[in-house]
Design a protein around this ligand. Sequence first.
Ligand code: EPZ
Length: 434
Amino acid sequence: MDKFVIRGGNPLVGNIRISGAKNAALPAMAAAILTDEPVILENIPDVRDIQTERNLLVSMGAEVELGYGRASHRTTISCRNLVNPEAAYELVKTMRASTLVLGPLVARMGRAHVSLPGGCAIGARPIDLHIQGLEKLGATITQQHGYIEAAAERLRGGHIAFDKITVTGTEDLMMAAALAEGETVMENCAREPEVADLAALLNKMGAKIEGAGTSTIRIQGVDKLHGARHRIIPDRIEAGTFIIAAALTGGDLNVTNCEPKHLGALLEKLEECGVTVTTNGESVRITNGHRLKAADVSTEEYPGFPTDMQAQYMALATQAEGTSFITENIFENRFMHAHELVRMGASIKVEGSRAVVHGYTPLSGAAVQCSDLRASASLVIAALVAEGETILDRVYHIDRGYERIEEKLRGAGAQIKRIGEMLPKKAPAPVGVA
Ligand code: EPZ
């Protein structure tokens, strides 16, 4: 079990290049199920969830080639010989997004046998809206022994109004409706950039989808989809993580190969905290030389403040002057990181779906534990400003969604190592930084 050892105190300086978005790559790989022709995806991040998705597709009979060397971020998927429309519990329990194969399997194969995902560290996260939507498209669904059995000779278009905004629910049903007979109208859809990116891929495959990225999506079903080539959008949450790290460490960092317009809510909030933000084409420059100001945050669906940035923002709030109220509206149990930050010296009180953070509080290095992907990112960021050394346990959580985070941070001056390697002597502080 890898650990990180982080010595705090170095500002982040220079450039960090952003990888492709995990949450766009996963549905895009599932979309390959919809055709018997090859789908080529570029800018795929080299993270553990992509490996899991690959294993899932291969277990169904797909050929998945993950590129290496110069082509290391390209993936070619062929679902010509799909024989086993099943997503086994062993895979689904390690990655909930595996349920994204449900709609495509029913649409293409007429049948799907998919394990229910079960509970998750950040909340109950049921998939009832995926199931209700598929039933609206004419599928027959039964549930037995922890598995969903879904079947339909051919799905037919229908009207779906989501009771609650769901990202993968919107993606799953958009993929199913692409091969349904007739028109589907979906309302109260998720507007996340990853949804629009999936629709762009599906339309390249011959689908007829309009309105992705808005609350209402209209899909004219087609009989057959073909292969396509598509470049995945940059990861806005990875970008946001490094942007907050730079603001916190008082550095001067350029986050490159990202899409600033996908980061609107976060950048606005950071300016409210007194951070200097400069966007230029595909990069965001962060400079911050003074104490941050406290500012409240409430997580919402896109384009609101993302729940996937809440934990990282909490680390920032511990270093801001004043009291910050952080309200989590999307998931019912997403404050696990708060207890670990308190171990590092933070002053945080969790009251139901709200956390009250008193700052500024100096942090000191400690042994802490990762509980989920974004909580881990929050602890890495906190360790970058903590006095002394932090030992981060269970970093497999962070490897699920961040590509070589320790190398990227080290490239910008951070002192971070995966345990097992001797830490180098303390690097001399850059010129002019006390
Ligand atoms: C996606 O999860 C992301 N994952 C999550 O990122 C992200 O936190 C989440 O959207 C919200 O932005 C991927 O895209 C792979 P939801 P998803 O369905 O689709 C409830 C990360 O860190 N709900 O939008 O699973 C649900 O419980 C991950 O990268 C139902 O009640 O989230 C939640 O409270 C973590 N029934 C809310 O809706 C359903 O059928 C939003 O969940 C579906 C969802």
